[in-house]
Design a protein around this ligand. Structure first.
Ligand SMILES: Nc1ncnc2c1ncn2[C@@H]1O[C@H](COP(=O)(O)OP(=O)(O)OP(=O)(O)O)[C@@H](O)[C@H]1O
Length: 263
């Protein structure tokens, strides 16, 4: 069980393909997240990572294949049933809500409540705990639009945590964050014990926090496995066209990627 008492979900994609305006952006993807597993999706810009995630947080219906959560067709769930199980923190989520930070985070409670029912003590406690987890409790009374990019990112993660999801979907969750908050946020997410599917660009962070990685290139999964199995100089050369030196770091035990300057 995760920290908030929610059983982590399993996720299973089989043969998932997506076509947008006549172009195949995702092709024939098989991907699994076991209960409690932290799975990363990496790959170059434009590879189809965000598009693939959209089939899971349900903003793009796959043209082919299936997306299952705990064995159920994710696309057949009601909107409310989906929101009780899956929370997402996305890039384009920075909408200028004219709300205070605690009100934004309280929105995460909506799927667990009857319409228009006021927040109770448990809701308020969860909102504050979620803000504390992302190091943003001091921002609770601030107006959301006045926050910095990194502060917003953490508040949106707090909203997703308040949702008590069985599966957390993250699209570049560390994008706006300084190095300390990058580590904090990923460590918090890891400790939750919930299942996680996250697009990450920083390969060393991915190596530190992910149980397994999927590498997406030109809409397809081209490699999958543990960070040590996947993050090889050959793969990085093939997929990103970079020269890299990879060693298992003596302190972390994780692969450490050092990019070499182009010759
Ligand atoms: N509506 C659309 N019409 C045509 N092409 C699109 C559309 N939406 C996205 N694309 C293209 O699909 C490809 C995959 O986009 P996607 O956002 O999934 O990539 P990504 O791997 O998440 O990239 P990044 O690392 O840059 O965030 C990109 O080349 C993008 O330009």
């Amino acid at each position: 069980m995760s920290h908030h008492g929610v059983h982590p979900a399993s996720l299973s994609l089989r043969g998932v393909g997506c076509r947008v305006e006549g172009t195949d952006l995702v092709r024939d993807v098989d991907l699994d997240v076991a209960p409690g597993e932290f799975v990363g999706v990496i790959g170059p810009n434009g590879a189809g990572k965000s598009t693939l995630l959209r089939t899971v947080h349900r903003t793009l219906r796959p043209r082919t294949g299936s997306v299952r959560i705990d064995g159920e067709d994710l696309w057949a769930l009601s909107q409310r049933a989906l929101a009780r199980r899956v929370a997402a923190v996305l890039q384009e989520n920075g909408a200028d809500f004219e709300l205070t930070v605690d009100e934004v985070v309280a929105m995460g409670r909506a799927p667990h409540k009857r319409a228009f029912s006021p927040d109770n003590d448990d809701d308020r406690r969860l909102v504050m705990t979620s803000l504390e987890l992302v190091g943003a409790a001091h921002l609770a009374a601030r107006s959301y639009p006045t926050l910095s990019g990194g502060e917003r990112q953490r508040v949106l993660l707090a909203r997703a945590l308040a949702q008590e999801p069985a599966l957390l979907v993250l699209d570049e969750p560390t994008n706006h964050l300084d190095i300390a908050h990058q580590l904090d946020v990923l460590a918090v997410v890891r400790r939750l014990g919930t299942s996680v599917l996250a697009v990450l660009h920083d390969l060393n962070l991915a190596a530190l926090f992910c149980d397994r990685l999927y590498v997406v290139d030109h809409g397809r999964v081209v490699a999958a496995g543990t960070p040590a199995a996947v993050l090889t100089p050959d793969l990085l050369a093939e997929v990103y066209r970079v020269q890299a030196d990879v060693t298992l770091h003596p302190l972390t035990g994780a692969p450490n990627v050092v990019l070499l300057p182009p010759r």
